[in-house]
Unconditional design. Structure first.
Length: 276
């Protein structure tokens, strides 16, 4: 009888210990999830401010591919036709291998001043306008764009500490994001019928959500394109801006300099230009 009672007592104690461990683990997981949610929220708030600040900024892009083709462009974010919030990256190719692009100004006037029938068609024209010189998929802002609040729900996210040996600022986190919803944000094919899933990492200053670096993998029918973008503080504008983009498939590198604001001047005529 005594042995039977001892066995029951040991069973009760073991059950109590297991319940305590389960409670502790649940609390740990809940705390980890809460920390991740807070990091996502800070990052989303930062990214919203980032795009608000950079939407009227123009930069010089110097792109060099593995075959030594050198393309110089002005890049800027333009509004998606018919949308108040959506932005598209536009490359205004200035020169290739040192040779200026002929009739460039006239081409720009035709693109942005002529009426358009389809917003999607005009958006595709804007995005693909420079595709002869730089593949449209090579966009230094794709990864950071996917971290906007209204895109975050499309991704499974996790976080970990950044490698201390890489000289990151203290308390830098790596936020990983893997696209799980379909249809995917990026599409391929003549009718945009193919999913192009993405996954990436963002190196984030934990306390502010500020993004220091992004790395994106784009899985398309021909393989995987990677895009790594480093962000630095522009000393004149006092905002974070992309400074370099390194890509694979295709192998290329781009640098970004001469950031300035796009200006509209109104007098007897309307003039668009760049702040010097």
């Amino acid at each position: 009888m005594t042995d039977h009672n001892d066995q029951r007592l040991r069973a009760v104690r073991m059950a109590g210990s297991l319940l305590m461990m389960a409670t502790m683990l649940a609390g740990h997981v809940q705390g980890a999830d809460s920390h991740l949610v807070e990091l996502q929220q800070r990052t989303g708030n930062y990214v919203a401010g980032f795009f608000s600040a950079i939407a009227n900024i123009v930069a010089q892009e110097d792109y060099q591919s593995r075959d030594n083709k050198k393309v110089t462009s002005d890049i800027l974010l333009v509004r998606y036709p018919g949308s108040v919030t959506d932005l598209l990256l536009f490359r205004d190719v200035v020169g290739v291998n040192g040779a200026a692009i002929p009739n460039r100004q006239q081409h720009l006037l035709e693109m942005f001043q002529q009426d358009f029938v389809s917003a999607v068609g005009r958006a595709n024209q804007i995005v693909s306008d420079s595709s002869e010189y730089v593949p449209p998929v090579l966009n230094p802002l794709y990864a950071i764009a996917f971290l906007q609040p209204f895109y975050q729900a499309r991704f499974k996210m996790d976080e970990r500490d950044a490698d201390a040996s890489q000289q990151w600022p203290k308390h830098t986190k790596i936020l990983t994001f893997t696209e799980t919803q379909k249809p995917t944000i990026l599409r391929s094919g003549m009718m945009r019928e193919n999913d192009v899933p993405t996954r990436g990492n963002a190196w984030i200053e934990e306390s502010t959500g500020r993004i220091l670096q992004t790395e994106l993998q784009i899985r398309h029918p021909d393989g995987v394109t990677t895009i790594k973008t480093i962000f630095t503080m522009d000393p004149r504008l006092q905002i974070m801006v992309p400074s370099t983009m390194q890509t694979t498939k295709p192998e290329a590198r781009a640098t970004y300099t001469n950031f300035r604001r796009f200006m509209i001047q109104v007098d007897e005529a309307v003039h668009a230009g760049f702040e010097q």
